[in-house]
Design a protein around this ligand. Structure first.
Ligand code: HEC
Length: 178
């Protein structure tokens, strides 16, 4: 650890004067806050790619859908909750203290995201929904559907549910940008 700090210090001193640091939304973020912001950004990009693909059947590519679903799955569940150690509200975080007063709900949403992403990996070959939502609503009727049931769904239905899960968690646990 000490050694790393020493190296960092030398690098800081040696950095050419006048070169501006890269500007990003994460400027100033360090440690776990930076880690989770990066992770969220990655799944944000995955969702953008998926959304684009769901909009037009001609753009649909099951391999890419599977890939993006996997990225989301790997960042969800326990992997996600571990990035929110109690009280980690250091600047410039947008996390809310409610995460730790309502941990069960927070954790449930992180795991729900993982289940849905796993479902999408299985469902990638199903392609887009052919005829309305009725089938999907049947399956969603009673509580958490099994992975098998999710795997039978049209991919765009799952993408919609994934996006709703992101939004549910953000609404409850992420503060608005200033
Ligand atoms: C279990 C709760 C939860 C889920 C589920 C969740 N997020 Fe987040 N997300 C957060 C919290 C809390 C923050 C704020 C983190 C911080 O600033 O420290 C955040 C921040 C973000 C950010 C901003 C990152 C930055 O650069 O500041 C993006 C983008 C994002 N989430 C995208 C997504 C997407 C896309 C999904 C769904 C695929 C998703 N999130 C699912 C809780 C969640």
């Amino acid at each position: 650890m000490k050694r790393m700090f020493a190296v960092a210090a030398v690098m800081t001193v040696a950095a050419p004067v006048g070169v501006a640091p890269p500007v990003s939304a994460h400027e100033g973020a360090t440690g776990i806050v930076e880690t989770r912001m990066h992770a969220m950004k990655k799944i944000g990009k995955a969702v953008r790619d998926l959304k684009g693909m769901m909009a037009d059947e001609d753009d649909y590519d099951a391999d890419i859908v599977r890939e993006q679903a996997k990225i989301i799955r790997l960042h969800a569940g326990k992997k996600m909750t571990q990035q929110f150690p109690e009280g980690s509200l250091q600047n410039p975080t947008h996390a809310k203290a409610e995460i730790w007063s309502d941990w069960d709900r927070f954790s449930e949403l992180a795991h729900q995201l993982k289940d849905l992403a796993s479902g999408l990996e299985l469902a990638a070959d199903n392609g887009l929904m052919q005829e309305g939502l009725s089938h999907m609503e049947d399956m969603m009727g009673n509580g958490s559907p099994s992975l098998d049931a999710l795997g039978q769904m049209p991919a765009d239905g799952l993408v919609t549910m994934i996006i709703e899960t992101c939004s549910d968690c953000h609404r409850a646990f992420r503060a608005r940008k200033p």
